[in-house]
Design a protein around this ligand. Sequence first.
Ligand SMILES: Cc1cc2nc3c(=O)[nH]c(=O)nc-3n(C[C@H](O)[C@H](O)[C@H](O)COP(=O)(O)OP(=O)(O)OC[C@H]3O[C@@H](n4cnc5c(N)ncnc54)[C@H](O)[C@@H]3O)c2cc1C
Length: 270
Amino acid sequence: LAGSLKNSLYYGVKSSNGEGHQMAMKIGAKTQMMDLGKIYPNGMEVAPGIAKSTIWSNKAAFEDHSGIMVNKAGKRVISELETNHNIKNEEVKQGGKLFILMDQPSYDAFLTKLSITGISKGDMDKWLAQDGKGYPIVVKADSIPAVAKKAGVDGAELLKTVARYNGFVKAGKDADFNRPAKFMKEVIADKGPYYIVEQQPRFATTMGGVVTDMNLNVLDKNNKPIKGLFAAGELVGGAMGDDSPPGGNMAWAMTSGKLAAERAVQSLNK
Ligand SMILES: Cc1cc2nc3c(=O)[nH]c(=O)nc-3n(C[C@H](O)[C@H](O)[C@H](O)COP(=O)(O)OP(=O)(O)OC[C@H]3O[C@@H](n4cnc5c(N)ncnc54)[C@H](O)[C@@H]3O)c2cc1C
């Protein structure tokens, strides 16, 4: 499933532990879509099971420079400028891992935006020093086969991919995945160093939860409202299906919070 939480890293707050769901389920609430979350494709595993995002850095490396994204087999599988939704689906299909290959100008641009999501250059240097032997995978080497080897990517295939991509840049058209020509400004440098940074799916927001009626009154397993139990925000399951548009969760949390509170007050006054 596209939104399945299986194999996704977590980037939410530590205190979001599902107590709301547990309390409601204890008194018989019906739940739905409990295995689904809002998943993004650009996570780095900064601690076991925990992600930080490289979303803005990716934009810097892809839009103005020559960063490309490949699978373990060293092949591009999607346009780097596709929507997060489509990249996430492809990443899940690829077993939950993709890799960004960058030459020095691309990596320099990547670094300029990292602090937005809480990663420092010091973190990157620390991970580079691990040389591919810990998490997350952030590696550097002088040649493409050498950097690929450190990341566990097929180096011979990656060399071919780079040559093919550079051909597309010169031709002004990505014949494989249609990366827009305006985001193919530079060829990948023919001299190192090169860098590879891992990409894994990450989630913070659950899409599943308790089932409610139109008054946000939580339903039991027989679809009968549970007296006095109202739900809002992330506690409610399926409000936006198996995925959500950007900003949708905040809007839903605020709107449903107001409505659930009003309905709860009305139910007390009945
Ligand atoms: C890093 C991050 C980035 C995000 N970015 C976006 C975004 O760009 N756009 C978007 O739409 N959504 C985003 N989301 C998702 C969005 O923030 C959540 O879906 C939304 O905040 C959920 O609102 P909520 O009120 O249901 O729950 P929460 O915001 O989690 O609020 C629950 C509250 O209950 C409190 N609480 C918990 N247990 C108890 C208890 N026992 N007693 C009393 N209080 C308790 C908590 O302290 C908390 O204040 C992001 C989430 C994260 C973590």
